[in-house]
Structures are given as structure tokens and as C-alpha cells.
Design a protein around this ligand. Structure first.
Ligand code: NQM
Length: 370
């Protein structure tokens, strides 16, 4: 029988615009069921306020990274991302997270999985959720992670050391439905996956401008209904099956840029509207804008020749480098994606999970797990 620990070493980190609990895989049960049950008790789910755990009562602050040495010769560490649902007893491995990814390299150095260089360190990461690879490079003067620096990212106050993340082409087809456009519920969409399955929709086709605040959009019940219908159908078309309990695909509403960027976005993850945008979500949007005939191509203003795409979002912008190639049968494919994020170690210590006896967790619904 798996032994479930009563206290667990944990590093709490901000990764990009998200926050999560980072663990060594060896400190958690290896089996998904007892591991997830333990993580629910650690994060304080299910509870709207996650008052009895580490979670921050929002999908972006209810995240977990599980990290281990990698058996893949192309990677130093394996990173499994787990989304702990705030108000339901669910832990999902069906999505990846590029923001939490920003903390994985520093964590690997902090925990001695990777030896730091004298100036900077590059960590090759296998993202276990998708099988995709990423390389994160960050400053390690004198062989220690330095979290301070002058990189600024929208959605995080102040500045910090840059974590440069580079992604080789994703293993998943860029157009998972095989089409540049699909029509769902009378709405034209482009389904794209450059690391995050994302449905691109012109905001005006859902009778909003795309410049509303996340709060205004979250308060629009008719919009929520339309988005749910589109998402369930898009999930099937994208080969993801029944996505009613999954956090993918994400939905991104697009509108012409207003602040010198390429496009304005409002992203549903999938129910809450993101205060900014996810990293892999942005990678998927950036690639999607370059697809001729896609719903983003008409709205976007892309710099001729340059790889950099500035994605506007509710709290600023995210710059991402994205270039496309073509598959042997002529379909567009992602060539290279790169982004700058920051991360910070907030707390290193021992987490004490809520007791299983005094606060039992109801069984997880079927279908929430892959
Ligand atoms: O798309 C939010 C986030 C994310 C995921 C989400 C992310 C990504 O902002 O890579 O970073 O879409 O659930 O952390």
C-alpha cells in the first residue's frame, strides 16, 4: 500500500503570472490517486476560499509542479503540471502550464537536481503532460539562483531576473482539427495547439467587443453559455473527447490591437477569464495569428518579417517569438517559440496537509483525469 506522508517538503514559487506549490516527485506518492488526494488536502480543495490549504482561491494560484530527474536523454528534469480545481475535488493533468514552467529550472537548481553554472544555467525540461521539451535559462551568479533583475512582465509588480524559455516544435499538430477554420454553433473558429489547445474566436462574433474587463465578461451569463457549447464541440473536433471536466481547450476572444500590439485577447481558462494570458496559450494565439485564412489573420497586425508577436491582454501585453514552417503535406506547423518570464522563490519549507480523518474529500468525478 502507498504510504501517504503527513508532512511534505514544498517550495512555493511564483512562476510568471501564476503561483504554485513545487514538489520533488519522490516526496509525493507515486500513484496518481493517493497523490491527488494528498494534493487536494495540501491546497485546501474543494473550497471556494481554499482557506485550509496553500491554494489562492483562483485557478492561477491553485497549481502544482511535480519534478524529477529525467530518463529522457534530451532532458535534465521531468515536469508534471497538475491543476488543482478550487471548488471541486479534482486534480487534472490534462493541461500544461508555461507560467509554472518558469519556476521549474530554478527549482531544479534549488533542489540539487541540476548543477548551476557560474554565470547562468540552462535546464532542459521534459513537460510530462504533453511530452514536449523546453529549455529554461536564468542567471546563477556564483552557482546560486539569483531571482533579482530588471525584467518586467505585465501582471507582476516590479522587476525580477529573466527566465528565457525556448520551445522546439510541439509534437501535436498545430491545427488539430485539420482545418484552418471550423464552424461551431454558427461561429467561425480556428482551433490551434502550439503547446496549449486553444480555440480562437473573433470577439464580435459573440456580440462582445473584446475590450471588456474580465469581470464584465465573467458576469455575462449568455456569453458563458455560448462559450461552453463551443468548447464542448471544439474539444471533440480537436480529438480531446469529452472536455466537460477538463480545463482544455482554452477559448481566446480576439479583437484588433489597441496599444501597438498584434492583437487584443480575452482568454477563458476555461470558465474564469484570465487577468492576462497563459504562456502556452499565448504561444498558440501567436502561431494562430500567422495562419492564413484563420480567424485571427484578418484582425491581427503583424510586423512584416519579424518573429516577435505582442499579445495584448487585460493587464498589459506578453511578447512572444513565434515562427511557422509547414508539414510535408503543406499544413502550417510551429517552428520555434520563445518567451521571457520571471519566477521567484517565495517560501521553502514543510507543508502540513489537512487531515484526511477530520476533513474527508468526496470521491473525484469520473472523467476529470486522463
Ligand atoms: O498557457 C493559465 C497560466 C495558465 C497556463 C491557464 C499557462 C499556459 O497563466 O502556458 O501558463 O490557461 O490555465 O498560468
Amino acid at each position: 500500500m502507498t504510504r501517504v506522508p503527513e508532512e511534505v517538503p514544498c517550495l512555493l514559487m511564483r512562476g510568471g503570472t501564476s503561483k504554485g506549490a513545487y514538489f520533488l516527485a519522490g516526496d509525493l506518492p507515486a500513484e496518481p490517486a493517493p497523490r491527488d488526494e494528498l494534493l487536494l488536502r495540501i491546497m485546501g480543495s474543494p473550497d471556494d476560499r481554499q482557506i485550509d490549504g496553500l491554494g489562492g482561491a483562483h485557478p492561477l494560484t491553485s497549481k502544482v509542479a511535480v519534478i524529477s530527474p529525467s530518463a529522457d536523454p534530451d532532458a535534465d528534469v521531468d515536469y508534471l503540471f497538475l491543476q488543482v480545481v478550487v471548488d471541486r475535488p479534482e486534480v487534472s493533468d490534462r493541461q500544461n502550464c508555461g507560467n509554472i514552467l518558469a519556476g521549474v529550472g530554478p527549482f531544479a537548481v534549488e533542489r540539487g537536481l541540476v548543477t548551476a553554472g557560474e554565470e547562468e544555467t540552462s535546464v532542459r525540461i521534459r513537460m510530462a503532460n504533453s511530452g514536449d521539451l523546453a529549455t529554461a535559462t536564468f542567471p546563477t551568479p556564483g552557482g546560486r539562483v539569483d531571482y533579482t533583475g530588471d525584467a518586467e512582465i505585465s501582471g507582476v509588480p516590479g522587476t525580477a531576473a529573466p527566465v528565457v524559455i525556448e520551445f522546439p516544435p510541439s509534437a501535436t499538430p498545430l491545427l488539430p482539427t485539420g482545418n484552418v477554420r471550423d464552424e461551431i454553433d454558427g461561429v467561425q473558429v480556428t482551433c490551434v495547439d502550439n503547446g496549449m489547445p486553444t480555440v480562437l474566436i473573433a470577439a464580435t462574433s459573440l456580440k462582445v467587443t473584446g475590450y471588456e474587463t474580465p469581470r464584465e465578461l465573467e458576469g455575462d451569463a449568455a456569453l458563458a453559455d455560448r462559450l461552453r457549447t463551443i468548447r464542448l464541440a471544439a474539444g471533440r473536433l480537436m480529438g480531446l473527447g469529452d472536455v466537460s471536466d477538463a480545463t482544455v481547450p482554452k477559448l481566446t476572444l480576439l479583437a484588433p490591437p489597441r496599444d501597438g500590439g498584434a492583437v487584443t485577447t480575452r482568454t477563458f481558462i476555461p470558465v474564469r477569464c484570465h487577468p492576462s494570458i497563459g504562456v502556452l496559450g499565448a504561444a498558440s494565439v501567436a502561431a494562430g495569428l500567422r495562419i492564413e485564412g484563420g480567424v485571427g489573420a484578418d484582425l491581427a497586425r503583424l510586423d512584416a518579417g519579424g518573429d516577435r508577436v505582442r499579445i495584448e491582454h487585460p493587464t498589459g501585453f506578453l511578447d512572444i517569438e513565434s515562427s511557422l514552417g509547414a508539414t510535408p503535406d503543406g499544413l502550417p506547423s510551429a517552428r520555434r517559440t520563445a518567451v521571457v518570464r520571471t519566477a521567484r522563490k517565495i517560501f521553502d519549507g514543510t507543508v502540513f496537509p489537512r487531515s484526511a480523518e477530520t476533513a474527508p474529500i468526496p470521491p473525484q468525478p469520473q472523467g476529470g483525469q486522463r
